[in-house]
Design a protein around this ligand. Structure first.
Ligand code: ZN
Length: 252
């Protein structure tokens, strides 16, 4: 069920039936010279859509811009401040709660969003709205390790995933250029301190890792695994007793 495609007359029944809503949250930010700026929100939307379809949950419209100022030196990157994202998703959650649906999952496609989303969930719980952050790559970290030697921003994992879900948006002829300017790891450690605030501090192509190691077949395996995991979480959330979700009272 996709909320944006229903009329209000259809939405009442959908909101009652769904039990859980899925909100894809991503970014519009550089992903190397070979992947689209929309990589993170396209991926989050794909995962959320599949899980909503398979489990008959409610899919909400995607938030396409997140917390990405650390990519701003690369053309086309858009961003908002973390508190703007936090307040925005809280507003969406509260409007859903007004319609009676108080359980939702933020399907996150971008690491930079995580803190703001977690903070939103923590605050919402005190209002009796139960929201959780699903970080797709973290949820299937073990599966990813089975198939890839390393990951990284716009590296082999993300490239494989986009190659699977939107092959027309991947530019393999630019893989070599992406690899040539790639950082080996995220950040720039100096004597135990990370001095790399912006991606450009440790990568001139915007990538971390080598996209030449990408494989769309592996991308498919990882996407299937993460959709299944999300589906299981949504099923659990749909039937969890409210006492388990609620903010605990102060100890006596
Ligand atoms: Zn990404």
């Amino acid at each position: 069920m996709e909320l944006a495609r229903l009329s209000w007359a259809q939405a009442k029944e959908a909101l009652e039936r769904a039990k859980v809503a899925l909100l894809p949250v991503g970014s519009t930010e550089q992903h190397g010279p070979h992947l689209p700026l929309g990589t993170d929100h396209l991926t989050a939307a794909w995962i959320a859509r599949e899980a909503a379809r398979r489990g008959d949950f409610l899919l909400l419209p995607t938030i396409p811009v997140g917390v990405s100022p650390h990519h701003r030196q690369f053309w086309g990157t858009l961003w908002v401040e973390p508190e703007v994202l936090r307040d925005y998703v809280m507003g969406i959650a509260r409007s859903l709660a007004y319609h009676g649906l108080r359980r939702l999952v933020f399907v996150n496609g971008h690491g930079g969003n995580t803190e703001a989303l977690m903070e939103a969930c923590r605050r919402l719980r005190d209002e009796g709205i139960y929201a959780y952050v699903y970080i797709w790559w973290r949820a299937v970290g073990e599966e990813i390790q089975k198939h890839f030697a390393g990951g990284g921003h716009a590296g082999p994992v993300e490239t494989s995933v986009v190659w699977h879900i939107s092959p027309e948006l991947v530019q393999p002829e630019r893989f070599a250029e992406a690899a040539a300017g790639a950082g080996e790891r995220w950040g720039r450690p100096v004597h135990g301190v990370d001095i790399g605030y912006d991606t450009i501090d440790f990568s001139t192509s915007g990538c971390v890792g080598d996209p030449r190691k990408a494989d769309p077949a592996k991308g498919e395996v990882v996407m299937e695994a993460t959709v299944e995991k999300l589906l299981n979480f949504c099923r659990w959330l749909a039937s969890a007793p409210e006492e388990e979700l609620r903010t605990k009272p102060h100890i006596p």
